[in-house]
Design a protein around this ligand. Structure first.
Ligand SMILES: [Zn+2]
Length: 359
């Protein structure tokens, strides 16, 4: 039965970690890979046998992350055309719109929203289109990201590390958003704890993150077939196990409203279970980060007008059925599976937060 092999379990030997697991403090784990982060750092990928979280061991330092992220940002800006970048913003607008419509359908009307790591800010722009009175605050470590969000969307900005706790934000938000962020943070338990504190009673937490099993699979194959380090250019430092992530959230007072994986195309192709060498991650070349950092001046700022970007035939001045349909058609996921199966490309979470200390 082929189906029983999906996802295929990791084979390996239990080893002592350099750093404890960030979720459960276990000092042991299974080595499932080895990566070079640019020419900046080398680490093992260790999967915790207790809670299922796979992390870099040792973890990247803040300085290493900052340098690698800058190199990646420049490499990506030179590779992805401004046209494609704008197309991505529009995609995020539609996703935010669709998410807001689904919230509305469930009877939620958020007023104060915090987005951690907002990127272009167009996801929350889509949300604001549906909830025009919503107040949006964005938090990021990167000043350019915040300036872009302030300029294009007039959001309130907070320049901070999302893992650092800011007591001033306690009980302020009825929705916290973290899309494609939690796979990048050093200590996921700190982020979850902050979200819990920043949220109002019965507030919501929405995130998406890659299915860790599938995401780490390529590194696992390189390590298993060739016993070599693979290349890590984007700082995915957490690879979540669907059950482990759910257990951790529940333990912190989060209650699941929607929790599913979607996009099964990659699974169909073989990621997460086929062991053929063609699914391996590239062998590390210790790509030079300085080479890209030096090209910082070649990155052109993309200047454009938000109104012209949103001037699309299916977007009118207020939400309506045609916009609903187009956003649904382009971005809804028909097939949804439980993340505990560790199948599918991406995990979508919507959780309600109850604050036991206030009860
Ligand atoms: Zn653990």
């Amino acid at each position: 039965m082929k189906l029983l092999q999906i996802p295929s379990p990791f084979k390996g030997v239990s080893t002592v970690r350099k750093e404890k697991c960030r979720i459960c403090s276990s000092e042991k784990g299974l080595q499932v890979g080895e990566v070079d982060y640019w020419d900046i750092a080398n680490a093992r990928l260790i999967k915790c046998e207790k809670c299922g979280l796979t992390q870099l061991d040792p973890m990247l330092t803040d300085e290493e992350t900052a340098k690698g992220c800058l190199a990646y940002y420049i490499e990506e800006s030179l590779r992805v055309s401004p046209k494609e970048q704008k197309r991505n913003m529009l995609r995020n607008f539609r996703r935010g719109y669709l998410f807001a419509i689904s919230l509305k359908g469930k009877g939620y009307h958020p007023k104060d929203v915090l987005e951690l790591g907002p990127g272009s800010g167009y996801f929350t722009a889509g949300l604001k289109f549906v909830f025009p009175k919503v107040k949006i605050t964005v938090m990021d470590i990167n000043k350019e990201t915040l300036d872009f969000n302030a300029l294009h969307h007039q959001y309130e900005t907070i320049e901070a590390h999302i893992e650092n706790y800011s007591p001033a934000l306690d009980n302020k938000f009825d929705l916290v958003i973290a899309r494609d962020i939690i796979e990048h943070v050093v200590d996921i338990s700190k982020v979850v704890s902050n979200v819990q504190k920043y949220s109002k009673e019965n507030g919501l937490f929405h995130f998406i993150t890659p299915n860790g099993h599938e995401d780490v699979w390529k590194h696992y194959l390189t390590f298993n077939h060739l016993k070599k380090a693979s290349e890590l250019l984007i700082n995915h430092v957490n690879y979540f196990d669907g059950q482990g992530l759910l257990n951790h959230l529940i333990a912190q007072g989060f209650c699941s409203i929607n929790y599913y994986t979607y996009n099964l195309k990659t699974t169909r192709k073989g990621r997460g279970w086929k062991t053929s060498e063609k699914f391996m991650a590239a062998i590390s070349q210790k790509k030079s980060s300085d080479f890209y950092v030096q090209k910082v001046n070649e990155v052109k700022e993309i200047s454009f007008d938000k109104n012209s970007l949103l001037n699309q035939w299916y977007i009118y001045n207020r939400p309506n059925l045609i916009t609903n349909f187009i956003c649904w058609y382009q971005h809804s996921s028909i097939i949804r599976l439980s993340p505990t199966l560790n199948i599918g490309h991406e995990i979508h979470g919507l959780f309600k937060i109850t604050k036991s200390d206030k009860a």
